[in-house]
Design a protein around this ligand. Structure first.
Ligand SMILES: NC(=O)c1ccc[n+]([C@@H]2O[C@H](COP(=O)([O-])OP(=O)(O)OC[C@H]3O[C@@H](n4cnc5c(N)ncnc54)[C@H](OP(=O)(O)O)[C@@H]3O)[C@@H](O)[C@H]2O)c1
Length: 207
């Protein structure tokens, strides 16, 4: 399987790249700057390229640029992405008066991305902390993935299972990305208040 991580020079993209490389996935990390991509890729033992070169001929492109750039980057790459499935991991947060809020009152970043690209869009992994991905061992939490395309979602759930010791869970249609993205504000608040690195785990599945 071939996966491109757009903006994979960042902490989250590098964490995903390292985990999936260990699992045998062929990874290319992308950057706006090819030199930065090559430098970070060499450390990880993966390939590096510009964002637009990275997404050519892959099974999945992960949109792991800074959240505020996710929509513009999707627009810029739409023609090269073609029908490639895209995983959106972004959340819009607003920090105000010492508190963190979901920045949006409607829709989600992932749904906006889906308006711009031809392939199926998935949303997930928002609650996985990059710092924990960088440590050894699977994360003790679940991953939740929303999307409207069953085949693409199966692929992302499989990739998610390489990250956590919990479950990779189908979280329903892409519109449920509103909840996944909004939940990030809750996680960030909890981390700050309790000085922890919180993750998500659903109960009720039995053994
Ligand atoms: N950090 C976490 O714990 C975490 C957890 C779950 C999900 N996420 C999500 O994962 C994504 C990446 O997070 P991160 O912490 O790795 O972010 P980041 O380090 O702030 O940014 C990632 C990469 O985005 C690129 N970038 C920055 N500004 C850009 C722009 N204006 N246009 C295009 N590319 C730009 C940069 O790559 P180049 O300069 O090399 O192009 C940068 O290395 C975000 O959507 C975030 O919400 C993060």
């Amino acid at each position: 399987m071939k996966v491109a991580i757009v903006g994979g020079t960042g902490a989250f993209g590098r964490g995903l790249a390292a985990r999936w490389r260990e699992a045998g996935v062929e990874i290319t990390i992308g950057s706006r700057d090819p030199a930065r991509a090559s430098e970070r890729a060499a450390v990880l033992g993966v390939a590096g390229a510009t964002n637009s070169e990275a997404v050519r001929d892959v099974d999945l492109a992960v949109l792991a640029v800074q959240s505020s750039a996710a929509i513009d980057t999707a627009r810029e790459l739409a023609h090269v992405l073609g029908a490639t499935p895209v995983l959106c991991v972004a959340s819009d947060l607003r920090f105000e008066h010492g508190a963190v809020y979901p920045a949006r009152s409607a829709g989600s970043i992932a749904e906006d991305v889906a308006e711009l690209v031809a392939g199926p869009v998935l949303s997930g992994f928002q609650a996985l902390p990059a710092a924990e991905l960088a440590r050894p061992g699977l994360l003790d939490e679940d991953v939740l993935v929303a999307g409207d395309d069953a085949e693409a979602k199966k692929l992302v759930l499989e990739l998610g299972q390489h990250l956590v010791s919990g479950r990779a869970i189908d979280a329903g249609p892409l519109a449920n990305s509103r909840a996944l993205e909004g939940m990030t504000a809750v996680i960030v608040h909890v981390n700050r208040k309790y000085k922890v690195v919180a993750g998500l785990k659903l109960t009720g599945f039995g053994d």
